[in-house]
Write a protein that binds this ligand. Sequence first.
Ligand SMILES: NC(=O)C1=CN([C@@H]2O[C@H](COP(=O)(O)OP(=O)(O)OC[C@H]3O[C@@H](n4cnc5c(N)ncnc54)[C@H](O)[C@@H]3O)[C@@H](O)[C@H]2O)C=CC1
Ligand SMILES: O=C(CO)COP(=O)(O)O
Length: 346
Amino acid sequence: MEAIHQIAVLGGGSFGTAIAKVLAENGYRVRFWMRDPEQAELIRNQHENPRYFPGVELGTLIEPTTDIEAAISGAELVFVALPSKVFRNVIHDCAHCFDAGQMVVSTTKGIERIGFRLMSQVLEEELPGVRVGVLSGPNLAGELVAHELTASVIASEDRKLRESVQQVLGNDYFRVYANLDVYGVELGGALKNIYAMVSGLAAARGMGENTKSMLITRSLAEMSRFAVSMGANPMTFLGLSGVGDLIVTCTSSMSRNYRVGYAMGKGATLDEAVTEIGQVAEGVRTLELVHEKALEMGVYMPLVRGLYEVLYNGASIDDVVSALMKAAQNSDVEFILPRQTDGAAI
Ligand SMILES: NC(=O)C1=CN([C@@H]2O[C@H](COP(=O)(O)OP(=O)(O)OC[C@H]3O[C@@H](n4cnc5c(N)ncnc54)[C@H](O)[C@@H]3O)[C@@H](O)[C@H]2O)C=CC1
Ligand SMILES: O=C(CO)COP(=O)(O)O
């Protein structure tokens, strides 16, 4: 394995900061690109990112910069930790800075509105010739920076990329497992944000432990059904980037998506909930896109439909819950017993 000398992280928010910190703690020099010069100056002088992780020491190996070309050029490995909404524009504008063979890894858990593209697909379209990978898993940034024992998944068809990412990120508090199914790993990371909002909403209404378990498991069934309709391998959802990430985001109040649902369950409007969090909650946008896609593809997604009705059409939570509980009782695991669609399943 060739040694990695220079790494770039694009995106100065929670996850970019967390990944830069892991890399620096592993002894790598990191060029950390962000658009805000004041934030870059603070990180340079104080060695911390006070907006996202006040009081957390980032060390001296992280070099903040607002010059994206300087960050990317010469870096063997580039991590992209930007919201999906701006991902293509930022990459498009700096595409000329990349060289063929450079390794580029998306950590973004979202979907592009036009064409329902995942971020690895955006990278392949915008940066022909680079090696592409996706990092996804149950990785709450706040826990990663606090050294809670954590695992993630690097998905890529490129073995060198997978091994390089395992080498630069792996340490005594962070393990990185490998997967070949880029699309499945990435789709799981995007979809679970929707169900985290559902869980947050249910938690705010005082759900029981049975209810929590039912919600998470039926979320997994719904995600898998959608994945199959998209031609993806649902087996990937049994891994860290599927059920692993689903569990952490559906049960933790550190998840921004869970918190959006929770705030709405306590009576906030969607705008109020999103504004109060002040960080990206990808699930809000993903819900719209998946709802539309499910209608187009004829995929049965009652949790997506119910949440969409609550968030966008003002449906009452009680009515949605009641409709969900009255729906025809059907198959547990559809890979064993296919779901009945003739209305006779009780
Ligand atoms: N925070 C977490 O625990 C994790 C987040 N992710 C994913 O990472 C991605 C980024 O999320 P976070 O860092 O958590 O969000 P964040 O809200 O903490 O930070 C987003 C950052 O992007 C910057 N940004 C926004 N528009 C920009 C633009 N046009 N150009 C340059 N920078 C821009 C913002 O200034 C902000 O610093 C999301 O897709 C999220 O799902 C993945 C794993 C864990
Ligand atoms: O993806 C995450 C944890 O794996 C972070 O979830 P939130 O974006 O909901 O905070």
